[in-house]
Design a protein around this ligand. Structure first.
Ligand code: B12
Ligand code: SF4
Length: 454
């Protein structure tokens, strides 16, 4: 069977940053690649991960040094396949890495096959080929298609492989039963780096945390989000998941987790069972989870609190019903207020996230957002400026306006970071800036007082 070296590109905040401080700008451990690599390893493949996020942090932001460490790892591991995993925000760094790999192997008699998978190659395979010289791209979930590749099946026979010059990408087959995945082998990366105490959960308190995933995908289709555009929605069994928590807790020395699912309410019955198992086991884990407001009720929240939930994340998105409708968010302002009241009654801290600069937004809508923040009194607040992300309905329906801006790969990364310099609201630029500043100030005030609420 062939061997594979996964490469995780670095993130922008690390480039040239000699004073990187993990606690203040924590990186989330790459559970997706670790899980995929662990699966392939369990099937007999030789695997390794070049984690250039951690590497660049250790190289104090020096990209050249980081790449030379990658070269050393390539020489030592001598893989048959090098597989990059990235989303749009890291597109330009993936290009830099592949350029380096081609120069590393220039003149060699044979070189590893260089491929890519993950969010960006899946959503925009043709754009990926326009900028990067990959031998093949893999579209969709990687377990089955990569296994077939490493097993030696010809590329054109593997569902999910998209070759240069091909016209239509096809999604790979997926594992129906997620419990067939072995527990992630965190020794494949530097788990101590990721589990350092940091502000991943709270701006004012430090926690040592590791990420876990109960279910993949999302059944909703909010217009601004790319989340569900390719992962089919399904989850682990509650028993498997609780054993996985035990396993990660033991192997990484943590008792606090971030549950990465888009909403644990999407598998409500199963998540309630996870909570009951956690309560019965007396494990005493603490965890953060994301939840859609329309999936919350007092009984569910009380159960989660008892099972160790220390924070919930809600996408309230806007205080304006008109904007929520335009986003196809399928929640109401009233539901946001209700869920906030329930959290206050039960003593569950919560994080609410808002999007501003949405299509047709007026100052009245922003006023409504501010009122909702004041009414709901979140423990943590996020104010995100809207920018259409590839893979979302909003990106697809505005491609004509966006594509003239995408003149080089760096601009793609900016788009991937949700930072397109475009105004979509219905107000003059200076009025938007006024509201942007005002809401960001509110965010700063709320976040810096977390835990000290009167
Ligand atoms: C958890 C998460 C994060 C975490 C951790 C990310 C990480 N370490 O990878 C954090 C919080 C750090 C994060 C940050 C951001 N995120 Co995010 N994130 C997610 C989320 C919710 C889940 C990702 C996940 O684990 N999925 C489950 C695993 C199993 O799926 P997967 O990663 O796709 O992996 C499978 C396949 O892709 C494939 N695969 C993966 N790698 C490889 C490699 C090879 C070689 C092959 C063949 C296959 C393969 O096989 C895997 C297993 O089947 C997704 C939503 C989603 N559905 O993907 C958004 C998502 C990926 N994030 C998104 C965005 C926009 C961001 C941010 C830019 C937000 C921001 N403004 O800060 C930042 C970017 C940070 C950066 N600088 O890179 C977008 C990306 C859209 C796009 N076009 O790029 C998504 C899709 C959500 C959305 N808003 O629409 N994110
Ligand atoms: S915003 Fe949340 S609920 Fe909506 S599609 Fe994205 S992940 Fe799903």
């Amino acid at each position: 069977m062939k061997s594979i070296l996964f490469v995780i590109p670095w993130t922008w905040g690390l480039v040239g940053n000699a004073d990187y401080d993990f606690a203040d700008a924590p990186e989330r451990a790459p559970e997706n690649v670790v899980s995929l690599a662990t699966y392939l390893k369990s099937q007999g493949a030789r695997v390794a991960i070049a984690d250039l996020t951690r590497e660049l942090a250790l190289c104090r932001g020096n990209v050249e040094e980081c790449l030379s460490h990658l070269g050393e790892q390539c020489r030592l591991f001598n893989p048959d396949v090098i597989g990059l995993s990235f989303f749009t925000a890291r597109f330009e760094y993936a290009a830099r890495i592949v350029g380096y790999l081609h120069s590393l192997y220039a003149g060699a008699e044979c070189r590893p096959m260089i491929i890519a998978g993950g969010v960006h190659p899946t959503l925009l395979p043709k754009v990926t080929y326009e900028y990067i010289n990959f031998d093949a791209l893999m579209v969709g979930e990687g377990e089955i298609s990569l296994m077939q590749l490493l097993d030696g099946r010809p590329l054109h026979e593997i569902k999910g492989v998209f070759l240069p010059g091909q016209d239509k990408p096809e999604q790979a087959d997926v594992l129906d039963d997620l419990d067939r995945l072995p527990f992630p082998d965190w020794n494949l990366v530097d788990k101590d780096f990721y589990s350092q105490p940091s502000h991943q959960i709270s701006a004012t308190q430090l926690h040592s945390v590791m990420p876990v995933t109960f279910g993949r995908g999302c059944r909703y289709r909010c217009n601004f989000c790319a989340h569900n555009s390719f992962l089919s929605a399904r989850c682990h069994s509650p028993q498997y998941f609780v054993e996985m928590l035990d396993n990660v807790a033991r192997s990484c020395g943590v008792s606090t987790f971030i549950v990465q699912d888009s909403s644990v309410g999407s598998f409500k019955q199963q998540w309630a069972e996870v909570c009951r198992l956690l309560i019965d086991s007396g494990a005493n884990y603490r965890w953060w989870a994301n939840l859609r407001v329309n999936q919350a009720d007092e009984e569910f929240l009380a159960l989660m609190k008892k099972a160790g939930c220390i924070k919930l994340f809600f996408g309230f998105e806007s205080g304006s019903s008109r904007i929520l409708e335009r986003m196809n968010k399928k929640i109401t302002v009233e539901q946001c207020i209700n869920v906030a009241d329930m959290c206050h009654r039960l003593g569950i801290p919560f994080y609410s996230s808002y999007i501003i600069n949405y299509f047709g937004e007026t100052e009245d809508d922003l006023q409504a957002t501010e009122e909702l923040i004041m009414r709901t009194r979140p423990d943590s607040l996020a104010i995100n400026r809207f920018s259409p992300i590839p893979g979302s309905v909003d990106y697809d329906s505005n491609e004509a306006a966006i594509s003239p801006l995408l003149t080089d790969i760096h601009r793609w990364s900016i788009l991937g970071m949700l930072a397109a310099p475009l105004l979509f609201g219905n107000m003059p630029a200076e009025r938007f800036e006024y509201w942007n500043k005002r809401l960001k100030q509110l965010k700063y005030t709320i976040n810096s007082h977390e835990g000290n609420k009167g």
